[in-house]
Write a protein of this length. Sequence first.
Length: 87
Amino acid sequence: MRTSDAFTKTMAIKTVLKWSSIEIEGSTLYASSGKSIYCSTDNGKSWKKIATLTSDISSFSVNANIIAAVTSSAIFVSRDGGKSFNS
């Protein structure tokens, strides 16, 4: 679900992927599903895979400078918008 008014109105984000977590930075949505991280710049209408890690992502966080993803074996960090990750 997506809202921009503190849940007064909501909109379903339709996708075949099963999200485990979702974050927003500016106007970009980031979401994890399994081992992959996706982004959407059109309010969730379409998604682009930006990374696939070595194991399932249990949680992740995004801000203007960093994407951090936690798996069962490592913490992965990207400082270039998801183009590369280091553990």
